[in-house]
Design a binder for this molecule. Structure first.
Ligand SMILES: Nc1ncnc2c1ncn2[C@@H]1O[C@H](COP(=O)(O)OP(=O)(O)OP(=O)(O)O)[C@@H](O)[C@H]1O
Ligand SMILES: [Mg+2]
Length: 482
């Protein structure tokens, strides 16, 4: 919808100057109307009737253009996707090249492009037929008018001069009539093509703010409670979470582990109100999350998502994005980068924090490795001084040494905060006060690391069978954290 809405905004200015055009046409019509009415009202009727087929055929043409636009927008987007997969550089081209499916993608692009061209040709033919029809009708009516003028000329009722004058006036009148119908149709076409924009402007977000929103607690005293939360994504019938209950105390850090697709990221999406629970509630200090203003909620939650935003801009900007109001605080940027071990590679870059990342529009942009990007994203989360920290796979691509260094500082940074850590990495989950294991949106095991170690026997059995050996042992490697 956003694509369609933005594609046609250029039609708005033309509508404005067309309004002034209509005024000029109306003035011309009124003056010629008076003269023709005085001479022969039937000529007037014939010329005015021209507006009907003209409007009908122009509206038909506009509808055809709209059909082409509606049809070609998603198809064109698909074709662009293939094109940019090949031309866009980036990470995907490596795989496309090495796995040798360039021709496959090129063929897909070609097929779609041909489909679009064929559709455009079809519409162009229909448009041409409409134009020919219109021109035929127009010429036919002009011939009728000439016949109607020739008769009084031959009978000597009018002179050759009057004939020329009346003929010119008739042509002017028919020209204005055509112009008027063209302009009226333009309003119709603009309204048609701007309908996605109106839809977008009238779009009501599903996440609604409370009419009298509360400010988020300045200091969380009772913690976060997921109370009988059930959730299914919009348009889906499958419940991702079913009667999910979880309590997170103030200053507590919990680790969530579970198989792919078990609903870990969904929990963060609910806590950050990207979605609201289908039923049940999430409480902060006993107050439903929905009662807080979105602004104050976002100010108090720092998140690093699995698919975090790789912003093609300066490193400095990339880190400060989580709290743009504090973007000028260079020392805080530096502190956050140090905490995330990002400084270790930034210090080797010539422009340090002023290094541009990515090459989409800057040839000299720096290309970072996946792990280096993850350190930037982690620094971004640290930059935001939030009470709740949600880290979804924060160190999945970070090397063991850097991860260990991050963990050493992590405790200090997260003191006093609620931290929710999602990870498949063993070393990461051991940082938390409490580990919860979820399966199919339900908690199947929970406890502190030591508690789980105590019931290791049971836990190992449970985890090994349920998680198919993902977490083989709940003991951190000695060399690291002991
Ligand atoms: N926007 C969405 N619309 C519909 N279904 C979704 C959407 N996002 C996720 N899902 C589905 O919800 C389920 C849980 O997804 P979620 O991302 O929470 O899993 P996860 O536990 O974080 O997995 P992973 O370990 O792979 O990150 C998955 O089956 C997924 O297909
Ligand atoms: Mg996930």
């Amino acid at each position: 919808m956003i694509h369609e809405a933005c594609d046609n905004t250029s039609k708005i200015p033309s509508t404005i100057w067309r309004t002034t055009d209509i005024i000029t046409i109306l003035v011309s019509l009124i003056t010629t109307f008076g003269i023709l009415l005085k001479f022969d009202w039937r000529i007037l009727i014939i010329l005015i009737s021209l507006i009907i087929p003209n409007l009908f055929l122009s509206i038909r043409t506009s509808n055809l253009r709209w059909i082409l636009f509606e049809w070609s927008t998603p198809t064109g987007r698909e074709a662009s996707y293939y094109k940019y997969s090949l031309l866009g550089g980036g990470r995907q081209i490596q795989e496309i090249k090495v796995s040798n499916f360039v021709t496959y993608i090129v063929n897909k692009f070609e097929q779609l492009s041909n489909k679009i061209i064929r559709m455009q040709e079809k519409i162009a033919v229909k448009e041409a037929i409409n134009r020919i029809l219109l021109s035929l009708i127009e010429n036919l009516l002009i011939i009728i008018v000439i016949i109607m003028l020739v008769k009084p000329l031959s009978l000597g009722i009018i002179t050759v001069g009057s004939f020329t004058f009346l003929f010119t006036i008739s042509m002017r009148f028919s020209g204005s009539t055509l112009n008027l119908s063209e302009n009226l149709n333009n309003f119709y076409e603009t309204a048609l093509f701007l309908s996605p924009l109106y839809k977008l402007l009238n779009f009501k977000p599903k996440i609604k703010e409370d009419k009298q929103p509360l400010e988020f607690p300045s200091k969380i005293k009772r913690g976060i409670v997921f109370k009988n939360v059930s959730f299914k994504y919009p348009g889906s019938k499958r419940y991702i979470l079913k009667n999910f209950n979880l309590e997170i105390k103030p200053k507590e850090s919990i680790a969530i582990v579970g198989e792919n697709g078990s609903g870990k990221t969904t929990l963060i999406k609910l806590l950050t109100r990207l979605y609201d629970p289908t039923s049940g509630e999430i409480l902060i200090d006993g107050i439903n999350l929905k009662r807080f203003s979105l602004k104050s909620l976002y100010e108090n939650i720092g998140v690093i998502f699995q698919d975090f935003f790789r912003f093609e801009g300066l490193i400095h900007e990339n880190i400060a994005l989580s709290q743009v109001s504090n973007i000028k605080n260079i020392s805080h940027v530096h502190k956050s980068a140090q905490m995330a071990e990002a400084w270790e590679f930034i210090k080797n870059l010539k422009m340090k924090y002023k290094t541009h990342l990515g090459r989409s529009f800057k040839k000299t942009g720096e290309i970072l490795s996946v792990g280096q990007w993850q350190k930037i994203a982690l620094a971004r989360t640290f930059f935001k001084d939030a009470q709740i920290l949600c880290l979804d796979e924060p160190t999945a691509s970070i090397d063991a040494k850097a991860e260990y260094e991050i963990f050493k500082k992590f405790k200090k940074f997260t003191t006093g905060k609620i931290t929710i850590l999602i990870s498949h990495r063993f070393s990461t989950v051991t940082m938390a006060n409490k580990i919860i294991v979820i399966e199919n949106g339900k908690i199947i095991e929970e406890g502190s690391h030591s508690e789980l170690m105590r019931k290791k026997e049971n836990m190992l059995k449970c985890i090994c069978s349920k998680l198919k050996g993902i977490y083989l042992e709940l003991k951190p490697p000695k060399s690291k954290l002991s």
